[in-house]
Design a protein around this ligand. Structure first.
Ligand code: AMP
Ligand code: MG
Length: 498
């Protein structure tokens, strides 16, 4: 289907949104303006009412036929200036040259209760940056992104959001023929490290500077006034991004989240988790777990993520170098990662342990429990939830049943108990139950929702969305979704194909 098939009467839809479109004001070096390519007979697969409410957007329009058309890219909301942005990047450690939004189309930026937010349609058709791709996303991967990003949000991890998924019967060829879907993503900005790399690689310093100014003015205004780095705003920007990235990856490691494809074009300049492809929340704790079936070398294995993030920041530093103008300053700005990441990770792990103060012995306590979990491949989310119940003093001791090395665990529990102290543990237990989720978007749960959705039943997509948006609450009617993964879960293969 092509643009000519947009019915002439399909005028832009007046949705009452206030469009700001600040990225479009950067000028044509940064993007190509174009309309999404329509899809036939779209329907709503999922609608994130919670996000609509957070943004204080009207709940009615997304369910109307015009709204569904807008969410699918079949019609344009009045005031939106759709475009595909250009970026480059390093993929699997290798310079890939020009990439760009090959299938995501930025509708523009709207004014919301949560500040200006960009709306982007992923899977909305080919763009000048599609290379060999078809510009589409399949239902399977769109549901994974929709649930994955909201699960991260539910856990308090910085992320792009997902407002809706629409589906269409249009066939899309992957390993097999699947059907098309479109995810409406929401974030203050979708600018990636790769946007900077793009202009740096081409020696387009004026554009590089315009981009840095845009990002600093909108998101990091403090960089203009800091006295650090001799008032060098771009060095300060690099430091800020390093710190946000460090904090984000610390969250990932504590939550057991594998991103799976940490290419520099998949790294947000705002330190948001972005690009939900082959991601996975760990079941059994395996530090070397590789969630991306296409990642044969294990470059993006779970325990490699912190170093890869630093490598990616180094690429960003290199891209910003013409603006920073001093290699020593750039290196100094990157140094912050090395202090912020371990500090943040320790803070996250301490929270998982219910420790409200810091002690020198905490690092060893954390490393020791991770060693035990790894040795017996213990289920990561269930361990933390059971430990929380153990601290709450609930009867029985199921946490021991998770381990083969009971002696090792007992010794660790003794050390942990001493660290917690002899006083009232209810505050620690309460905090742990607000930190260690009961409901996690495990691969097999997503897979079950996808299987049903392929048959036209979206009930599980909705129920999983609700669960992962409040993952610390008890949901007695969904108790079975908090259990161990079935045997077949370990055979699910998730690749870059999406
Ligand atoms: P990803 O690995 O999903 O981050 O994608 C890497 C690059 O390939 C990005 O520039 C995407 O826009 C592009 N891409 C991925 N899938 C497609 C597709 N089906 N059609 C067009 N471009 C795509
Ligand atoms: Mg990407």
């Amino acid at each position: 289907m092509d643009e000519a098939l947009i019915a002439p009467e399909a005028a832009d839809v007046p949705l009452g949104l206030r469009w700001l479109n600040s990225f479009a004001a950067l000028g044509p070096a940064f993007f190509t303006e174009l309309r999404p390519t329509p899809l036939p007979s779209p329907w709503l697969v999922g609608l994130n009412s919670r996000l609509l409410d957070e943004l204080q957007l009207d709940r009615a329009w997304p369910t109307s036929p015009e709204g569904i058309d807008v969410l699918t890219g079949n019609r344009i909301a009045q005031g939106s200036r759709p475009l595909a942005s250009v970026y480059s990047g390093h993929q699997f450690g290798v310079w890939a040259g020009q990439l760009g939004d090959g299938r995501a189309i930025l509708l523009g930026e709207i004014d919301t209760a949560a500040g200006p937010q960009e709306l982007q349609l992923k899977g909305a058709g080919r763009t000048p940056y599609s290379r060999m791709g078809d510009g589409r996303a399949v239902l399977r991967s769109s549901i994974r992104e929709y649930l994955g990003s909201e699960a991260m949000q539910g856990l308090g991890i910085p992320t792009t959001r997902a407002l809706a998924v629409t589906g269409s019967p249009a066939p899309v060829r992957r390993e097999e023929v699947e059907t098309a879907a479109v995810v409406t993503r929401v974030a203050p900005s979708f600018i990636r490290f790769g946007h900077f790399e793009h202009f740096a690689a081409r020696d387009q310093t004026a554009q590089l500077k315009a981009l840095a100014d845009y990002v600093i003015d909108r998101f990091y205004p403090g960089c203009r006034t800091t006295e650090k780095f001799a008032g060098n705003a771009c060095a300060a920007l690099l430091e800020q991004v390093s710190e946000r990235t460090a904090a984000m990856v610390a969250h990932w490691q504590a939550a057991g989240f594998c991103h799976g494809v940490m290419n520099t074009d998949n790294m947000s300049i705002l330190g948001l988790t972005i690009d939900y492809g082959p991601f996975q929340f760990l079941d059994a704790f395996d530090p070397g777990h590789i969630c991306n079936h296409s990642d044969e070398q294990g470059r993006y294995a779970f325990n490699k993520q912190p170093n890869v993030a630093y490598w990616n920041l180094f690429c960003l530093g290199q891209a910003l170098l013409p603006l920073i103008g001093d290699q020593e300053l750039a290196l100094a700005a990157l140094e912050s990662y090395k202090t912020v990441f371990p500090r943040e990770l320790e803070a996250r792990m301490r929270a998982k342990l219910g420790l409200q103060t810091a002690a020198d012995t905490d690092r060893e306590l954390i490393e020791a429990v991770l060693r035990l979990l790894a040795k017996d491949r213990v289920d990561y989310p269930i361990f933390w939830r059971m430990l929380s119940r153990h601290v709450a003093g609930e009867p029985g001791d199921p946490v021991r049943d998770l381990f083969l090395d009971r002696e090792g665990l007992d010794a660790w529990l003794d050390a942990y108990s001493q660290r917690l102290g002899s006083g009232d543990r209810s505050a620690a237990a309460h905090a742990m139950l607000r930190t260690n989720p009961k409901y996690v978007l495990r691969n097999h749960l997503g897979e079950l929702a996808i299987r049903q959705a392929k048959l036209g039943d979206f009930a599980m997509v909705s129920s999983l969305l609700r669960l992962v948006q409040s993952p610390f609450e008890e949901h007695p009617e969904h108790e079975t979704l908090a259990g161990f993964p079935p045997d077949w879960a370990s055979n699910i293969e998730i690749s870059c194909s999406s």
